[in-house]
Design a protein around this ligand. Structure first.
Ligand code: ATP
Ligand code: MG
Length: 414
């Protein structure tokens, strides 16, 4: 990795292949990553706000990996490496920054044609290809020659040095040149970003996370829409073990790599469950648990200026997820309850959990608070008056207040 952020032109010798800066080693000339985002995202709001949040998130994701700055250039960003950067780690981190459409390890150099030609040879040197094409984008209109002219000049220079041909329709490699602000950016290999919107551009929501497969996937989908999540987990210690709680922490640590800083509230739920078990019909237990969970999640939402709740509910997956029951559960919520998985098939959810890396954690042996004291035949068509009658036997406000006082807050950092 070079420390010099402007690549030095290679000697103009007409040999084949040319004496490269470092043959077959793109890393020796790459000094940053050019980052593109979808224009459509910009239309949703204020462009500057969107770009500033994206820049902040890129820095949070990569700062500790040796990225020294992120420049906002017209319509794209440039992540500048320090000399010690581990390029592969930076690439992996950028693949988790929502808002990035695609990105590419790139060379930043002066807007000078000889330098551009030299870097072109270096970017192609060592590649086993038979065809190429040069594609220039010029957002700096003061540059003295047009994009087609630059394509032709650089293309000809390449043809003079390598035994390859130009293919405008199906080239094996596209050499991209972007003339922006005061620089030329050059690269060949584009990588796909995760898409979506930068986390933090769409306000906050509280996500109810169990140790199961669904809720981490639901969390991912909402973060992808730019929502910053606050996580809440209800556990039944001492009836459930510490390993189960640790699994939830691991899930949040994994999800945190998309939003860089997370709060996880660990709510001790066993006492409330015991009261419910003592006062309510067994078939109504899970429903009553859920209603209390939503009430507590709303209080945590208010404390964190969050404007929605997120769950991993999925229509008809289990008894508590019939529309009748969801309706009864929902009655306690004043905030919108977002259920991003409502209409997904379990197989689709599992596939996404595997891609995310949460599936392995979610399928480890787990003791769930809701599987405690659960009868074999839960009610699928709960009646609100019956639910309310059970709840009236409990001193819910006091129980909720006591439980929140005993709630533990963990701060998770990248
Ligand atoms: P998951 O795989 O996310 O556990 P599930 O299919 O097992 O979902 P349920 O157990 O009915 O479904 O839970 C529905 C939703 O309620 C969960 O996706 C989650 O959002 C919330 N939830 C359930 N249990 C808990 C818990 N212990 N702590 C926090 N949220 C929970
Ligand atoms: Mg569950």
């Amino acid at each position: 990795m070079t420390q010099n952020f402007t690549a030095t032109p290679a000697p103009a010798a007409r040999v084949n292949p040319p004496p490269p800066i470092a043959a077959n080693d793109l890393k020796s000339v790459v000094n940053g990553v050019v980052i593109h985002y979808h224009e459509i995202a910009l239309k949703l709001g204020n462009r500057r706000f969107f770009e500033m949040q994206l820049r902040r998130n890129i820095l949070r994701a990569t700062n500790h990996l040796g990225v020294k700055d992120v420049l906002r250039l017209s319509g794209r960003m440039l992540c500048l490496f320090s000399s010690s950067v581990d390029e592969e780690k930076v690439i992996a981190a950028l693949q988790k920054v929502f808002g990035i459409a695609y990105f590419a390890p790139a060379v930043k150099l002066a807007q000078e044609v000889p330098a551009i030609k030299a870097v072109a040879l270096n970017l192609l040197a060592g590649k086993k290809i038979t065809s190429f094409k040069v594609e220039t984008k010029r957002s700096q209109k003061h540059f003295p020659i047009t994009s087609p002219q630059l394509n032709a000049e650089v293309g000809e220079h390449i043809l003079n040095h390598f035994p390859i041909r130009v293919d405008l329709h199906q080239p094996e490699v596209i050499l991209r040149i972007e003339i922006v602000d005061n620089y030329a950016l050059m690269y060949t290999d584009r990588l796909e970003g995760p898409g979506g919107l930068p986390v933090g551009t769409s306000e906050r929501a509280v996500c109810l996370i169990s140790g199961g497969i669904d809720s981490p996937v639901a969390a991912y989908k909402m973060m992808k829409r730019g929502i910053k999540l606050i996580f809440v987990h209800f556990h039944s210690a001492p009836f459930t073990n510490a390993a189960s709680q640790r699994n939830v922490e691991r899930l949040v640590e994994l999800l945190n790599s998309y939003q860089f800083r997370s709060k996880l509230y660990l709510v001790p739920f066993a006492e409330i469950q015991q009261h419910i078990v003592a006062k309510a019909a067994p078939s109504y237990r899970v429903l009553l648990y859920r209603r209390v969970m939503l009430r507590m999640a709303e209080i945590i939402a208010a404390q964190n200026h969050a404007y929605a709740l997120v769950t991993g509910e999925n229509v008809a997956q289990v008894a508590s997820q019939t529309l009748v029951n969801m309706n009864v559960i929902n009655q306690v919520a004043t905030l919108p309850v977002l259920r991003p998985l409502a209409g997904d098939d379990k197989q689709e959810i599992i596939a996404m959990a595997r891609r995310l890396g949460t599936f392995e954690i979610s399928t480890e042996p787990f003791e769930d608070c809701c599987s405690l004291f659960v009868p074999p035949h839960p009610e699928t068509r709960a009646k609100l008056p019956i639910v309310q009658e059970f709840e009236n036997k409990l001193d819910l406000p006091a129980l909720v207040a006591q439980t929140l006082q005993k709630t533990e807050l963990k701060l998770i950092r990248i």
